[in-house]
Design a protein. Structure first.
Length: 73
C-alpha cells in the first residue's frame, strides 16, 4: 500500500518559493517579485542575500520591494 502526497510539505513549499523568488530577482521580473513577496516575511540572512542579488542587477525597484519585507526572528 502506498500513500500519495497531494501537497508538498511545508519545508518543500518554502524552498520552492525561495527558489522562485531568487529566479525572479535574477531575471529582473519586478511584477513576479512583488507577487512572491506579498504577505511574506523572511529571516535576515535570506533578506540580505536577496538584496545582494538585486544590487548585482542594479534594480532599484526590486531592492525597494525587498527592503519593505518584515524580518522574522
Amino acid at each position: 500500500m502506498t500513500s500519495e502526497q497531494t501537497e508538498p510539505e511545508e519545508g518543500s513549499r518554502s524552498f520552492i518559493h525561495y527558489a522562485a523568488l531568487k529566479t525572479a530577482i535574477i531575471n529582473n521580473e519586478e511584477q513576479r517579485v512583488k507577487e512572491l513577496l506579498a504577505n511574506q516575511s523572511m529571516q535576515l540572512l535570506e533578506k540580505s542575500y536577496l538584496l545582494d542579488l538585486a544590487r548585482l542587477n542594479n534594480n532599484r525597484t526590486i531592492m525597494t520591494l525587498l527592503e519593505a519585507v518584515p524580518v522574522t526572528l
